[in-house]
Design a protein around this ligand. Structure first.
Ligand SMILES: Cc1ncc(COP(=O)(O)O)c(C=O)c1O
Length: 457
């Protein structure tokens, strides 16, 4: 630790006095110290008290995919910052151009990258593009955007207008009009008693399109694997049917890869597990593993062309800017992050370690009746805790929180669905860095085993 961080009492008191932490009730900090993370290396982090933790959630919110302490990323960012730190995105930059080329090579069918600053913002860019296409090409009619129950697309008021997580959105309305919900596809909590559940859940989207009127629906936004809504992997047949429905009704498909993007599920993008063809793909968190802020809205030439077809009309192009979308640190870090994933074989590691993580969790499921369901793809897993396996009554949220806290006390950071779905914040979440080893995975699940014994027996 450096000298500056040795005065931890001062840091903690300044934090207690002045920091408004994200997503947390602060009354507790009147008696307990706020948590301060001081240092990270590989998959481990150290807090202000010097305690070591294995980070099973990549910086809390599935972000630090390449692991902590990557000097080559820091150097790439340093070199770029001293050359040119910033210029507005109406001009190009060397790392912006180079990263876009590398990214597009991984995304057959896509051609254009629009830089911004956060996942929420990347999604809002799509919403604006869809609305502008509706105005310019559909007489203003195809303005509605569908989103799915249990999915999340960001924190701003319009991103929250597309939140399938009522507990996140509650008390922040009124919301932006024109967003319509479709049912979730989690088979563990069935809404239809059928064999081909995936297709049936996708057919529910068609029902909503027909109810709303196909000439009013411009797009649908979906997470490839729902993250904070409970780590939901769509059942077989779902994505194929979604693709068919979108084509049938000329509804643009927007896939939100903010969590899955850049390796989390063992392929570059979650949608590539399913062979579906998106019109828009958004990404943020893992793109530069948190070494710099960067978000991308990626689209096709067919979409892009619609914004340049009439240069004589001053309103015909995408009249949007993101100031910090012009920061060069983001693409410089993202380029090096992508090189690391390739050179270290991290996609392959993600598949192998993800299988180990699920196998370990399934072994725990055999031992602990409280684990109702284990699901996931790559290093992105959830274990849903239930009070009763037969009725699937969710486990008491306080007990789920106690499991997370007990793991933390053991030096293992795991997550849980958090203030997302009333009565259903009962899924433990795991998303270690893509560098995780077999020992790391076993260490995480051993801690969960001990915590479940303690909390539920
Ligand atoms: C699927 C998904 N989309 C969008 C976002 C919003 O990203 P940001 O917090 O960078 O705005 C998140 C954040 O958790 C997310 O999980």
């Amino acid at each position: 630790m450096t000298d500056a961080t040795n005065d931890m009492t001062g840091v903690i008191e300044a934090d207690r006095a002045h920091i408004w932490h994200h997503l947390i009730q602060h009354k507790q900090f009147e008696t307990n110290d706020p948590r301060i993370i001081v240092e990270g290396k590989g998959i481990k982090v150290w807090d202000a008290k010097g305690k070591e933790h294995i980070d099973g959630v990549s910086g809390g919110v599935w972000t630090v995919n390449g692991g902590y302490g990557r000097e080559s990323i820091a150097e790439a960012v340093y070199d770029q910052l001293v050359k040119l730190n910033y210029f507005a995105g109406s001009a190009g930059s060397i790392p912006g151009s180079n990263f876009a080329k590398r990214l597009i090579e991984k995304m057959p069918g896509m051609t254009r990258v629009y830089y911004s600053n956060s996942g929420s913002e990347a999604n809002e860019k799509v919403y604006k593009m869809v609305r502008q296409i509706a105005h310019r090409h559909h007489g203003g009619k195809k303005y509605k955007i569908l989103y799915r129950d249990r999915d999340y697309h960001g924190t701003t008021i319009t991103a929250l207008s597309s939140a399938g997580q009522p507990q996140r959105a509650m008390q922040y309305g009124p919301f932006t009009p024109g967003f319509v919900e479709v049912p979730h596809c989690l088979e563990y909590r069935k809404q239809w008693d059928v064999e081909n559940y995936g297709e049936r859940a996708a057919d529910a989207i068609e029902e909503v399109i027909l109810r709303e009127g196909p000439d009013t629906v411009g797009a649908i936004v979906l997470e490839p694997v729902t993250a904070g809504g409970g780590v939901i992997v769509p059942p077989a047949g779902y994505w194929e049917r979604v693709g068919e429905i979108c084509r049938k009704y000329n509804v643009l498909l927007h896939i939100d890869e903010v969590v899955c993007g850049v390796g989390r599920t063992g392929v570059w993008f979650g949608y590539q597990n399913y062979g579906v063809k998106p019109d828009f793909v958004t990404m943020a968190k893992g793109v530069a593993s948190g070494y710099a802020a960067i978000a991308c809205t990626v689209t096709t030439e067919a979409i892009f062309e619609q914004f340049k077809d009439d240069p004589s009309d001053p309103m015909s192009y995408f009249r949007d800017i993101s100031t910090f979308g012009g920061c060069t640190a983001g693409p410089a870090a993202a380029l090096e992050n992508m090189r690391i994933i390739e050179d270290e074989g991290l996609l392959e590691n993600t598949i192998v370690m993800g299988e180990r993580l699920r196998a370990n969790l399934r072994a725990l499921q055999d031992k602990h009746r409280v684990i109702g369901d284990v699901r996931g793809a790559g290093l992105f897993c959830g274990a849903e805790l239930v009070a009763d396996r037969g009725t699937k009554e969710p486990a008491d949220e306080k007990k789920v929180t106690a499991v997370v806290a007990d793991c933390m006390a053991q030096g293992v950071i795991i997550g849980m669905t958090n203030r997302s779905l009333i009565g259903l914040n009962n899924t433990l979440c795991f998303s270690p860095a893509l560098i995780a080893t077999a020992d790391n995975i076993d260490h995480i699940t051993d801690a969960v085993d001990r915590a479940l014994i303690k909390v539920f027996n």
